[in-house]
Design a protein around this ligand. Structure first.
Ligand code: IGP
Length: 264
């Protein structure tokens, strides 16, 4: 059980603020630039960082994040290099970091080995996208001791199951705002509000909303009722433009700053 994520929410709560939680893929578009982009997010006011471990079959991701994973994998990114990136991040900032991964890469690496090295490298939490909360795996208990394991609920999760998952989630609970996959959306889903409201009475763990939040205006609306806002594809899309030379770190940072300002 890691304390940094929980204390971050406690500090924000005291200031009457909500958490800005950006997602980016580790090593996209290449190692050194990924480090600079993470520093830019930290400087723009990010409160917690979601750091994706690139995987070849990201079934819950839309094209923007799929392409991001492919760019990172093409650059030779792997779990050990994600840990090296984490160690470099830790020399620049102590922002809480949640590692985002599908089960496959972690399973191949070994859950206990992964957990020990992730914690030693400076990770605070982990979200394993396709590992159901009830699943027991060898090494999972050890992993949950070393890192806060963030769980997911979706609009199709039954109320009873939402309560069970909320009680089990550590750090925060990830409320997936809509049906489908990650990606930029013009309009906010209606389900997100209902999902958060259905869990609010529990107050077991901070409730953070993600999927499709793509602008400062949308982020502001989510921040009016959730404890944190996750933005991935809209930021990763900007990173792909930086990679193609069509945008810059400054433009990326300005966008991230506008999100932080609207959420705080
Ligand atoms: O990209 P979006 O629509 O802004 O959604 C956040 C999402 O990218 C990030 O939280 C995430 C990346 N991959 C995932 C897989 C499952 C759940 C969440 C994620």
């Amino acid at each position: 059980m890691n304390g940094k994520i929980s204390s971050t929410f406690a500090e924000l709560n005291q200031k009457g603020q909500k958490a800005f939680i950006p997602f980016l893929m580790a090593g996209d578009p290449f190692f050194e630039l990924s480090l600079d982009l993470i520093e830019a997010l930290d400087e723009s006011g990010a409160d917690i960082l979601e750091l994706g471990i690139p995987f070849s079959d990201p079934l819950a991701d839309g094209p923007i994040i799929q392409k991001s994973a492919m760019r990172a994998l093409k650059e030779g990114m792997n779990i050990d290099k994600v840990f090296s990136l984490l160690q470099r991040i830790r020399k620049r900032t102590d922002i809480p970091v949640v590692l985002f991964s599908y089960l496959n890469p972690i399973f191949r690496y070994g859950l206990e080995r992964f957990a020990a090295k992730a914690a030693d490298s400076g990770a605070d939490g982990v979200l394993i996208v396709d590992l159901p909360p009830e699943e027991t795996l060898e090494g999972l208990e050890f992993l949950e001791e070393k890192l806060d394991r963030i769980l997911l609920v979706t609009p199709s999760t039954s109320l009873d199951r939402r309560k069970v998952i909320a009680a089990k989630s550590r750090g925060f609970l990830y409320c997936v705002s809509r049906y489908g996959i990650t990606g930029i959306q013009k309009d906010l889903s209606r389900e997100a509000y209902e999902l958060v409201k259905s869990l609010e009475a529990l107050k077991k763990v901070p409730l953070c909303v993600g999927f499709g939040v793509s602008s400062a205006e949308q982020a502001k609306i989510i921040a009016s009722y959730a404890d944190g806002v996750v933005v991935g594809s809209a930021l990763v899309d900007e990173i792909s433009k930086v990679a193609e030379g069509k945008s810059s770190i400054e433009r990326f940072k300005d966008f991230a700053f506008s999100l932080a300002k609207s959420i705080h």
